[in-house]
Design a protein around this ligand. Structure first.
Ligand SMILES: [Zn+2]
Ligand SMILES: [Zn+2]
Length: 437
């Protein structure tokens, strides 16, 4: 008798696990048409950073529908949705909501045709080319699945709909509005980002630093204008700028430890009006990408030394040395907590199969999700990559006839159903696992 129980109990447990699993798979499957419709609606109606008025309303309504307490307009158009489900940890799950000021060129039947008047008063095409529409859809699907599976977890889930990610401002706006004072401070925070290189149906993970600290820097270089035929009467800012641009290249190659990563790119150089006039000013725009704080500080110090040194060597008075302005669009580096990534990787391996879980190298792109973790509370956070590339595009890419469009490309689009299916499953099971951790 006892022996029978010993033999049958594991079988019964295995059976109930599988049937629970199947039940969840069926639920996700049955929810896909609803989520697909939501995706297409959001995709067709993109709103750029700081203008996410209608999008945020949609998300707030989605959460209310399934029983979340929701606050809108929290730090700009931010949305906070809370679901308390007994005693347990508090976990934050964030989506961003903004689109980009660019015209969509996918040619899809549901392509965005939206034109937005931007803050400079110019009409710009508008497109969800960073996949934030997919982030919102999976986020909504996960909220619905967490309600469906309320019996499987205890704790509080804090769903964040964040504005203005593309300008690196939204997370700070929500934190500054008192997110952690007004709402429970999370024990963990998770998010995902659409991947333009991983096939739909797969997910990607990386531990430690996965995305860089990004900063925008303006450098105004002064000179003394003159006739182009009388260079001896000038201090030529174009020559000064050229020297500075070349010298900046030595920071990464000569000043940094070769094992530390960084990028310094001069993305814009503007000066002068005509062939035969030496101007009196040149403007540079730089992007800087780093992981470590000390590397970032060293780069700032070297930029100033290089600018001052070259200006002095050109004979400029100290009052006319280059003016360096750090723009406030900086975002901290994303550090994926090892324990969270281990849990999410295990969950994904058993949920979608090891062959669909890939390791992802760190990248020099930026994301302001890191801010939710890098507060004084120092919260472990992790962001995973959700594969979104449609099969036909992947096949053409593998055969070498096609380059995959990057994020922010006017041609980027995800495989809707496969991305939703995988995203909702992985996000939901990861959250449930973390609540039971
Ligand atoms: Zn983006
Ligand atoms: Zn993005």
């Amino acid at each position: 008798m006892i022996r029978n129980i010993i033999f049958t109990l594991p079988l019964l447990l295995a059976f109930s696990f599988t049937s629970n699993n199947n039940k969840f798979e069926d639920f996700v499957e049955s929810d896909i048409p609803y989520l697909k419709e939501l995706y297409i609606d959001i995709h067709k109606n993109p709103e750029i950073s700081l203008m996410e008025k209608e999008t945020s309303k949609k998300l707030a309504n989605e959460l209310r529908k399934v029983g979340f307490e929701v606050e809108e307009n929290f730090g700009g158009y931010g949305v906070v949705g809370i679901l308390e489900n007994g005693d347990g940890p508090t976990i934050l799950y964030r989506t961003d909501m903004d689109a980009l000021p660019m015209e969509e060129k996918t040619g899809l039947p549901y392509a965005s045709k939206v034109i937005t008047k931007n803050f400079d008063g110019n009409d710009v095409g508008t497109m969800h080319s960073c996949g934030h529409d997919m982030h919102m859809t999976v986020w909504t699907g996960t909220a619905r699945a967490m309600v469906e599976r309320k019996d499987d977890w205890n704790g509080t889930i804090v769903m964040i709909g964040q504005p203005a990610e593309e300008i690196g401002a939204g997370a700070a706006m929500m934190l500054d509005a008192g997110l952690y004072e007004k709402y429970p401070v999370p024990d963990y925070g998770i998010a995902l980002h659409a991947s333009p290189t991983i096939p739909a149906g797969k997910v990607g993970f990386g531990k430690g630093y996965i995305m860089a600290n990004t900063e925008s820097v303006d450098i105004k270089i002064f000179g003394q204008g003159s006739h182009g035929a009388a260079p001896h009467m000038s201090i030529d800012p174009i020559v000064t700028a050229s020297m500075i641009v070349m010298e900046l290249q030595t920071i990464v190659s000569r000043n940094l430890n070769p094992l530390d990563d960084a990028v310094i790119t001069v993305g814009s150089i503007r000066g002068g009006t005509k062939h035969n006039i030496i101007p009196d000013e040149v403007n540079l725009q730089l992007t800087i990408r780093t992981y470590k704080e000390e590397v970032r500080n060293l780069i700032h110090k070297r930029i100033k030394e290089i600018c001052d040194g070259i200006a002095a060597s050109m004979g400029l008075d100290k009052s006319r040395w280059p003016k360096i302005v750090m723009r406030d669009q900086s975002t901290p580096a994303n550090f994926n907590d090892g324990m969270l990534i281990d849990i999410m990787t295990d969950v994904s391996n058993s949920l979608i199969g090891k062959e669909n879980v890939v390791a992802v190298e760190p990248q020099m792109v930026g994301e302001d999700f890191a801010r939710y973790g890098s507060t004084k509370e120092d919260i472990p956070t992790a962001m995973y990559w959700l594969g979104t590339v449609p099969k036909e595009r992947m096949d053409r890419y593998i055969s070498g006839e096609y380059a995959l469009p990057a994020l922010h490309s006017p041609f980027y689009y995800p495989d809707i159903e496969n991305s939703i299916r995988t995203g909702v499953k992985v996000s939901t099971e990861s959250l449930i696992k973390l609540f039971n951790n």
